[in-house]
Design a protein around this ligand. Structure first.
Ligand code: FAD
Length: 487
């Protein structure tokens, strides 16, 4: 019979691709037993949300970094492909293991899968333990005063703050006793685009992996944290953390971010920039809270009265939106930033998303799908919760009659037009007063800037006032329900 101390423990990595503050890995290391770190790529199991193109690019590099970091501790990351319900039992047999640890996921398909894996392994006597690595607080532990799930972010966040600081982050293991098994090579998974290679902008913008996440956090704390509250809405500035893809892949965890912010700001609970930043981190938590309690969140409107909303089909307008060719410079700049870097500034995400659902009346699920494919931070909870919020059918959504005017938003948040000029270079020569509304520029100004509307830059795909009127008429259908629930 095998000596229990030499029986390997499988650590199943998922969206926790880091060594520090990784409770499943830390617990496995603590036992002193050999550790077999595994990542399973599951593309084909029905019900699984297959990762989009930009996220697959990120995953490749993140797994490469994790593999290097684990190798430095004496452990090889094993890559396998398929349904974990079949892959994990097979791995256990091959490795002669009797224990599996993982950090929890909250997507409905992942919960169902994990429950099935746990039940089948426990049924044959194996030990399975799961931990929290992804959230400040487990979604079921944050409640309203009446004890139910929260529907409003502000109340949710107050309840989170009342719980006090989350536990301090765990250190990375200093060494691991490795167990070895053969696996796939990363290249064989073909996660990187090659025909064509569209990832040049992603490579220039990001350094996936735990070290890249650490650097991003340090840079933010040293630079932009203090002015975060005042500057975070201006897309032309580097005023936000850009931690979202690192958080998405778990290269850094929210507890690490929380405690690093407290240390950097020197204030318990945070003040000013720090408090605002932590509250934004709280939006991520709230999205998971919503997804946990409303499993249909990625596809079904939370407000049932939206089920019959008169959405339009307009493939041409959708294409213009996707390509950053709507004729509204701020929307186009955002969509091109997204295409080029896999990321878009939050303020511009709101405006671009609102434009799709309100100006074009195209279903929010269509926009959600495009973001899912193109964002490096594509996250089932945050993407769905934000699209529902913008469409007016979310938990604490803005009232339907609040329709962003992309011109006024541009003038307010990109007053000099720096952001638009960066991503829509054909408008670079226009002065600030017309860069967000080139159709109102005098002929001489357009000529001097080399802009020919309809040729070098599109004319608006819809007229704002007309589109607003159409949206209000459509939204009036669900007005009664919205007004009744508005918070
Ligand atoms: P910071 O301002 O530095 O905020 C710090 C962290 O807080 C972020 O990294 C993120 O984890 C979290 N956060 C901030 N704002 C939000 C928010 N509104 N909702 C949830 N979490 C938030 N974020 C994603 O991570 N994945 C998505 O798929 C996603 N889809 C979105 C779709 C739409 C239509 C909209 C309007 C927003 C979406 N967001 C999504 C939220 C937000 O735009 C990004 O989290 C943010 O822009 C990331 O940039 P940052 O890291 O610099 O944010």
């Amino acid at each position: 019979m095998a000596d229990a101390s030499s029986t390997p423990i499988i650590v199943w990595f998922r969206q926790d691709l880091r060594l520090a503050d990784n409770p499943a890995l830390a617990e496995a290391a603590r036992t002193g037993r050999p550790v077999l770190p595994v990542y399973v790529l599951d593309d084909d199991t029905p019900g699984t949300w297959r990762m989009g193109g930009a996220a697959r690019w990120w995953l490749h590099h993140s797994l490469a970094a994790l593999g290097r970091d684990l190798a430095a501790l004496g452990c090889a990351l094993v890559l396998r492909r398929g349904d974990p319900r079949a892959v994990l039992p097979a791995l256990i047999r091959e490795a002669g293991a009797d224990t599996v640890f993982w950090n929890r996921r909250y997507e409905p398909f992942a919960i169902a899968r994990d429950e099935a894996v746990k039940a089948s392994l426990k049924a044959v006597g194996f030990t399975v333990r799961s931990f929290n690595a992804a959230l400040l607080h487990e979604p079921w532990t944050v409640t309203t005063r009446a004890g139910g799930p929260c529907r409003v972010h502000s109340a949710f966040w107050r309840a989170c703050l009342a719980k006090g600081d989350p536990p301090p982050p765990l250190p990375a293991p200093r060494k691991l006793l490795g167990a070895a098994l053969p696996g796939d090579t990363l290249d064989a998974w073909r996660l990187l685009p090659d025909a064509p290679d569209w990832a040049g902008g992603l490579r220039a913008a990001w350094t996936p992996g735990e070290a890249g996440a650490r650097q991003r956090l340090t840079d933010f704390l040293d630079g932009a944290l203090e002015g975060y509250a005042a500057r975070r809405d201006q897309p032309g500035l580097e005023a936000t953390s850009r931690l979202s893809p690192h958080l998405r892949f778990g290269e850094v965890g929210p507890r690490q971010v929380w405690h690093a912010v407290l240390t950097a700001s020197g204030v318990r609970g945070g003040r000013g920039g720090a408090a605002k930043f932590l509250a934004e981190l709280g939006r991520r938590e709230f999205s998971y809270h919503l997804l946990y309690h409303h499993r249909g969140l990625p596809a079904v409107p939370l407000r049932p009265e939206f089920a019959d909303f008169p959405w339009r089909e307009d493939p041409e307008a959708l294409r213009a939106w996707q390509r950053g060719a709507t004729g509204y410079p701020l929307v186009d700049a955002g969509m091109r930033e997204l295409w080029s870097t896999g990321w878009m500034h939050n303020r511009v995400r709101m405006i671009a998303a609102s434009f799709l659902v309100k100006h074009l009346l195209i279903p929010w699920q269509t926009g959600e799908a495009w973001f899912w494919d193109t964002l490096v931070d594509a996250d089932l909870a945050s993407n769905a919760a934000n699209w529902q919020w913008i469409a007016g059918c979310g938990a604490d959504a803005a009232p339907y009659f609040r329709i962003f005017n992309p011109v006024l938003q541009g003038m307010k948040f990109d007053p000099e037009g720096d952001y638009v000029r960066r991503w829509v270079p054909e408008l670079r020569g226009l002065p600030a007063r017309h860069v967000h509304r080139p159709w109102e520029a005098p002929e001489g100004e357009l000529r001097a800037a080399g802009v020919v509307l309809g040729r070098t830059y599109p004319t608006p795909v819809v007229d704002h006032a007309a589109a607003r009127g159409r949206a209000l008429a459509a939204f009036a259908r669900v007005k009664k329900g919205c007004a009744a629930d508005a918070v």
